[in-house]
Design a binder for this molecule. Structure first.
Ligand code: PLP
Length: 360
């Protein structure tokens, strides 16, 4: 039997958590877009998780991850991502607040120009993180380079441990059973907010990368017996094995929380992905995402980013157009943060320009 929101919260409270953000994050209606699209559209503002202007979805996961790191008396925290990783930057933020030392292994999908360091990589430096840049070698795939980074990090951890410094390791995106508890809790938080508005979400749309957010939401949905459809929009090329990965992680979360065995996530029916909006690739802007960013800015004055939410919002717009989201549906778009990407390298940003009027 499903758990009430209150019972679910008691399960989360069993685990160590270090407060980093401002919760609940705001939930509000997008009146103008709702009217234009013929749906009842809300936005869940995880761009406002804090601790600063550059928050995002990783803060929810980091509250539990840093909670565990502190419980284990760690001194250093290691994590991984691309050079412009939101997760790596937010991990460095979380570490500084908690008095821990951040060590980042960042794969240079976009080559670093030291004379023009931007966006999250710049913030990593301001935060004084120990930043290791892992270049992409000739003929290497992204996975190869990430794997090499992980080996280099393991060697550095061994060195630090030998000197008596305890290291805590966080996987890319904070996507493990500890981190994803934060998004099971996020699902419960949204449910409570929708109940207060006397609304029920037919759909949740969000961008998915490592599947940590997706798995946490799926766990929260299963835990509370919700029938809301969660559409997770891939931001890089994936196949359907991604659904198994997300369902397995969701079930690890449910195990970790000690949830009754009859409540487990089924890869075939409880998770859904939209895989047609990542093009041309991760950190590569597409025509539809570029248009989606401008549309939201020019109808509501809201900013979403080119790497993640731009692609997820493009999928939402296309699904309304095609009727996949029926008219009159109540839809929540989960803003996962990441606006720093608007100030990243040109190849990540794409062409968002509007005609300038030059005066004489
Ligand atoms: C990391 C990230 C996501 C994806 O979250 P995952 O848990 O890795 O799937 C979505 N949006 C933004 C802005 C992110 O930084």
């Amino acid at each position: 039997m499903a758990y009430t929101e209150k019972e679910a919260r008691a399960l989360f409270a069993q685990h160590a958590k270090y407060p980093l953000g401002f919760f609940p994050t705001p939930l509000h209606r997008l009146d103008r877009v709702s009217e234009e699209l013929g749906i009842d559209l809300y936005m869940k503002r995880d761009d406002f998780t804090g601790r600063n202007l550059f928050g995002g979805n990783k803060i929810r996961k980091l509250e539990y991850l840093i909670g565990e790191a502190l419980a284990e008396h760690a001194e250093y925290v290691f994590t991984y991502g691309a050079t412009e990783s939101n997760h790596a930057m937010q991990t460095a933020v979380a570490c500084r607040k908690a008095g821990l030392k951040p060590v980042l292994y960042l794969t240079a999908l976009v080559p670093v120009d030291e004379s023009d360091v931007r966006s999250n990589l710049l913030l990593d430096q301001v935060l004084g993180a120990e930043v290791h840049i892992v270049p992409m070698h000739e003929g290497e795939t992204e996975d190869d380079a990430d794997e090499r980074g992980a080996q280099l990090a393991a060697a550095r951890q061994k060195e630090l441990e030998a000197q008596g410094h305890h290291c805590y390791d966080i996987p890319m995106g904070g996507a493990n059973r500890v981190g994803s508890v934060g998004f099971a809790e996020g699902f419960v938080e949204l449910t409570e907010q929708m109940q207060a508005l006397v609304k029920h979400a037919d759909y949740i749309y969000h961008a998915t990368g490592t599947a940590g957010t997706m798995a946490g939401l799926a766990a929260g949905r299963k835990l509370t017996g919700s029938d809301t459809k969660i559409i997770s929009v891939n931001v890089s090329e994936k196949d359907d094995s991604y659904l198994n990965k997300a369902a397995n992680l969701a079930n690890e979360v449910l195990d970790f929380l000690g949830v009754a065995q009859d409540l487990r996530v089924d890869a075939a029916s409880d998770v859904a992905r939209e895989g047609n909006f990542y093009q041309p690739g991760y950190e590569k802007p597409g025509k539809e995402s570029t248009e989606a960013i401008k549309y939201l800015a020019q109808t509501e004055g809201l900013f979403i980013d080119p790497v993640y939410s731009g692609k997820a919002f493009a999928a939402l717009l296309a699904h309304v157009k095609s009727g996949k989201i029926p008219q009159g549906s109540t839809v929540v778009f989960w803003h996962t943060g990441g606006a720093t990407a608007l100030f990243a390298e040109q190849e990540i940003v794409g062409d968002l320009s509007t005609k300038l009027i030059y005066e004489k």
